[in-house]
Write a protein that binds this ligand. Structure first.
Ligand code: CP
Ligand code: NVA
Length: 305
């Protein structure tokens, strides 16, 4: 197994196409047969926000690889009482083999990585969710057998998950069409980076306000919550603004017959997705959730092995 060129995994754009495919290759092997590749290694998991999948899949993943994980809530750490990220990074680097962090601001993760001598993995920030997008493209590859040229239609908020999907599709050569309301599209810097990466792989990027354009002939339809963690005070406004940005049976008719429905979870049935779409035969949503475990185990091995 070849180590990744970067010490950390902060953004999907830290990885080349070959590195992602090599991650997928080990993910597939680990999914078939467990191997204790991280015996005696310890990962700390710092959480500033809630989590079900990320926490449980990373913790179980470390256990299955023969190592261990320590759950740290920011509020229980001295970080929550004003200890600097720099000092925290320097101390944790003396004890551990890796850190996974879920943080409110992307800059906190960058700072942690800057001062850590051990790998830092981004477990979601306001800007990105790389482990999610990588697991999702692994799931798409499993179902569709190919990534080049297929169309992912994303309908909803141009949030952390959308940003990471945009980068992943650009690197892997898929086409992506993201439909979001005006002023709720993806991050501008991420868009510029993705457009640059997309040229190399001939990947097409379309940003639109029209959900039908995203759904038209899509191989994959993807959505995420209208209100992300930290945006609770915008709830009423967002419920109105996003009303037409829903994956439902009507919009699914515009997509290809064998369209795959995706959602990173947690979901709000009746808001961004209907129960029929989520629980129907096209849904790959729980495969996606499962694959977080397999892909993250591969990431851990590539960074900490
Ligand atoms: N999709 C995802 O990251 O889920 P959690 O918030 O439960 O970790
Ligand atoms: N966009 C969502 C993703 C949750 C996994 C959030 O940030 O809350």
């Amino acid at each position: 197994m070849k180590k990744l060129k970067n010490k950390d995994l902060i953004s999907v754009a830290d990885l080349s196409r070959d590195e992602i495919l090599s991650l997928f290759c080990l993910s597939e092997k680990l999914k078939k047969k467990g191997k204790k590749l991280l015996k005696g290694k310890t990962l700390a998991m710092i959480f500033e926000k809630s989590s079900t999948r990320t926490r449980v899949s990373f913790e179980t993943g470390m256990y299955q690889l023969g190592g261990q994980a320590i759950f740290l809530s920011r509020d229980d750490m001295q970080l929550g009482r004003g200890e600097t990220i720099r000092d925290t990074a320097m101390v944790l680097s003396r004890y551990l083999d890796g850190i996974m962090i879920r943080a409110y601001t992307h800059s906190s993760v960058l700072e942690l990585a800057q001062y850590s001598t051990i790998p830092v993995i981004n477990g979601l920030t306001d800007q990105s969710h790389p482990c999610q997008a990588l697991s999702d493209f692994f799931t798409i590859l499993e179902h569709k057998k190919n990534l080049k040229g297929l169309k992912l239609g994303y309908i909803g908020d141009g949030n952390n998950v959308a940003n990471s999907l945009l980068l992943a599709s650009s690197i892997l050569g898929s086409d992506i069409c993201i439909a979001s309301p005006q002023n709720y599209s993806v991050n501008k810097e991420v868009e510029t980076k993705a457009r640059d990466l997309a040229q190399k792989e001939n990947s097409r990027i379309i940003l639109t306000q029209d959900p039908c354009e995203a759904a038209k002939d899509a191989d994959v339809l993807y959505t995420d919550v209208w209100i992300s963690m930290g945006q609770e005070n915008e709830k009423e406004e967002r419920l109105k603004i996003f009303r037409d940005y829903q994956i439902n049976e009507k919009i699914m008719k515009l997509a290809k017959k064998d369209v795959m429905i995706m959602h990173c979870l947690p979901a709000h049935r009746g808001e961004e997705i209907t129960a029929g779409a989520m629980d129907g035969p096209h849904s790959a949503i729980f495969d996606q959730a499962e694959n977080r475990l397999h892909v993250q185990k591969s990431i851990l091995c590539h960074l900490m092995g």
